[in-house]
Design a protein around this ligand. Structure first.
Ligand code: FMN
Length: 305
């Protein structure tokens, strides 16, 4: 059974991709995900300079969700470029997530990673805009437009995906702004803002007080976001991201209009073996339903939009 798919001009051996921030950015960790069956990887978000991130505790997990406020730590783009080159040895796409605290920083990081061989760039729009009011780039359509234009002009013909936040009243508005500015595709969604307390300590579980919710609790929110984007943008490539544990979660995304999915939090609970399980269960599903390929399934189910 052929379960390969196109997302924009990237060909993927299966629709299951590693989400940003889940493995570290060492090439060995990215290769491990690719060898375990991911059809592509999205790196952790890279900034121009080294960043420390927040002090612990930065991550808390329950059966139904995870919440994190990691603070986007990293070594800075220059020390990362060699890892991109080495991660490309398996001939599967390496998509580099770029961040910035200014529009120019997004552009310079994107230019550097594109030159080092990244197959695509995902723009993490959930970054604080330090020159503005401190709000995130991703909640303002005008800022999204400017960041996407800057990144597009920096990367030549490499595909650019804008990763959208669910912390908005109109994800379609954000998606339209990104696509009008030249984004080749969208990733929906990043984490949903949330807060959890430790009732014994009577304190928030995270040092940053609040953080981003991922995992099972995010899943239906993310599926709705993909559906809303697909209705507004019938032909734009879309990655669904949020709470993919079982193949039924991935099917939710495909039926809502996603071309492929990214897998994050479930890896911390189920390990990288989740990729082979998802692939096997997708093949079983397609065979049971009488489809000849994943592509045929995608083409047929789109009819009801
Ligand atoms: C610990 C952790 C770190 C993350 N780091 C990033 C990051 O660096 N850049 C980014 O765009 N998203 C980051 N994310 C968000 C994920 O890529 C994904 O959008 C989100 O977790 C929802 O998918 P999931 O439910 O499968 O985890 C991170 C998520 C987690 C749990």
């Amino acid at each position: 059974m052929n379960i390969s798919c196109w997302v924009g001009n990237l060909i993927l051996q299966s629709p299951f991709v590693l989400a940003s921030g889940i493995a570290g950015n060492e090439y060995s960790l990215l290769l491990r995900a690719l060898r375990s069956g991911a059809s592509a990887v999205v790196t952790k978000t890279i900034f121009k300079d080294e960043r420390n991130g927040y002090p612990p505790p930065i991550y808390y997990e329950s059966p139904n969700y995870s919440i994190n406020a990691v603070g986007l730590p990293g070594k800075g783009v220059d020390r990362f470029l060699e890892h991109i080159r080495r991660a490309k040895t398996l001939e599967k796409p390496v998509i580099v997530s770029v961040g910035g605290t200014s529009i120019e920083e997004y552009g310079s990081v994107a230019a550097a990673v594109a030159k080092s061989g990244a197959d695509g760039v995902e723009i993490n729009l959930s970054c604080p805009h330090v020159e503005g009011t401190g709000t995130e780039f991703g909640s303002d359509p005008e800022l999204i437009r400017r960041v996407v234009e800057e990144v597009k002009s920096a990367v030549g013909d490499k595909p650019v995906f804008a990763k959208l936040t669910p912390n908005t009243h109109s994800i379609e508005g954000l998606g339209l702004a990104a696509v009008e500015a030249g984004a080749d595709g969208l990733s929906a969604v990043n984490t949903l803002r949330g807060m959890v307390f430790d009732s014994v300590l009577e304190e928030p579980v995270l040092s940053n007080v609040y953080g981003g919710v991922s995992g099972r609790a995010l899943h239906p929110v993310a599926v709705y976001c993909v559906y809303a984007l697909r209705k507004a943008l019938p032909h734009t490539p879309i990655f669904g991201v949020g709470g993919v544990y079982e193949v039924s979660d991935a099917l939710d995304f495909f039926l809502a209009g996603a071309d492929a999915v990214q897998v994050g939090t479930s890896i911390s609970q189920r390990g990288y073996g989740v990729f082979e399980e998802l692939k096997k269960d997708l093949v079983d599903y397609l065979e049971r339903k009488g489809y000849a390929s994943f592509e045929e399934f995608v083409r047929k189910k789109r009819r009801w939009f």
